[in-house]
Design a protein around this ligand. Structure first.
Ligand SMILES: NC(=O)c1ccc[n+]([C@@H]2O[C@H](COP(=O)([O-])OP(=O)(O)OC[C@H]3O[C@@H](n4cnc5c(N)ncnc54)[C@H](O)[C@@H]3O)[C@@H](O)[C@H]2O)c1
Length: 288
């Protein structure tokens, strides 16, 4: 089975290629610019261009669509919204026309509208799951919600199985020894993004692989995150400090994540394996 990966030379894409190779897939890396170091066959396409996308995906059996501008910053809002939504439209349209039966799309927990919001937006209930209201007021979050709607429509139109993965903030192994988002923090006020959730990139790409392998039909949205949050503060206390009006739908007893990944566990067999708390203690043991 040959899988096309868009955004293949990005942060997640490089790990995605390796994950697929490790599991016996042929892979085509689809990138915007030529990528000479690509470890697999490569095709070039700006996902805003329908024809380029169609050509780049031809001959593949499935697609994992990662290409996007991954935040509301750095470009005009109009460009980000157009880039991300047209990308999902062209990729899934081409996939359907080419007869592919499986696709996975990178959505984001920013679909909830809590991160990057202009008007403060808080969870209605915790942990948030796929049924929690989505109300982003920024171009990036909006592009992800629209992307999920496009996936819903394309799954219906072509009888495809499509997963939209609401992945949360991705960490690479190298981030654990340096970087701003990589340690358990005492001051949640300073870094409140993504409801303090995170996802190791190795878990992230495993979730994408499972989402094109496991049997289900139509379009499904999945929350994908580590099972713990990034602060040293127990989740119950954190919720009462920051989200006192949110309904608590589970008895938080430790540092459980505020993103509920039960659906991914049940339908995809996905559970995050790489936790900062484990990694931090492993690193300490190695140093000792
Ligand atoms: N990294 C995270 O923490 C995170 C969290 C939630 C969701 N996501 C989503 O996961 C996906 C991958 O994120 P990433 O961290 O690897 O981002 P990245 O910026 O490292 O990689 C994105 C890739 O998409 C490509 N791309 C962007 N616009 C394109 C276009 N018009 N045509 C072709 N290629 C284009 C870029 O060239 C780049 O290679 C994105 O859809 C992002 O929104 C990422």
């Amino acid at each position: 089975m040959k899988v096309a990966v868009t955004g293949a030379n990005g942060r997640v894409g490089r790990y995605m290629i390796q994950e697929l190779l490790d599991h016996g897939y042929e892979v085509r890396a689809v990138t915007m610019e030529p990528w000479e170091e690509s470890p697999v066959e490569q095709a070039q396409a700006d996902v805003k261009d329908a024809q380029q996308v169609f050509q780049a995906l031809s001959g593949c059996d499935a697609v994992i669509h990662l290409a996007a501008i991954p935040s509301p910053h750095g470009y005009s809002e109009s460009h980000i919204f157009q880039n991300n939504t047209m990308g999902v439209f062209h990729v899934l349209h081409a996939a359907g026309e080419l007869g592919m039966k499986r696709a996975a799309v990178a959505s984001s927990d920013c679909a909830f509208g809590i991160t990057f919001s202009f008007q403060e937006t808080k969870p209605v209930y915790l942990p948030m799951d796929e049924l929690h209201p989505v109300a982003p007021d920024n171009c990036y979050g909006m592009s992800k919600v629209v992307g999920e709607q496009i996936a819903e429509g394309m799954a219906k139109r072509y009888g495809m199985t499509i997963a939209s993965l609401r992945i949360t903030h991705v960490l690479e192994p190298k981030d654990y020894s340096s970087g701003w988002l990589t340690k358990i923090i005492d001051n949640p006020e300073a870094e409140p993004w993504n409801v303090w959730s995170y996802l190791d990139v190795r878990d992230c790409v495993r979730a994408f692989r499972l989402s094109i392998e496991k049997p289900f039909s139509g379009h499904e949205v999945f929350c994908i995150a580590s099972s713990e949050q990034r602060t040293a503060i127990p989740s119950k206390e954190l919720a009462s400090r920051f989200y006192p009006d949110a309904e608590l739908r589970q008895p938080f007893t430790g540092r459980e994540s505020f993103l509920n990944c039960t659906k991914a566990k049940t339908m995809l067999g996905f559970e995050a394996q790489y936790l900062i708390s484990h990694t931090a203690s492993d690193t300490k043991e190695e140093q000792e």
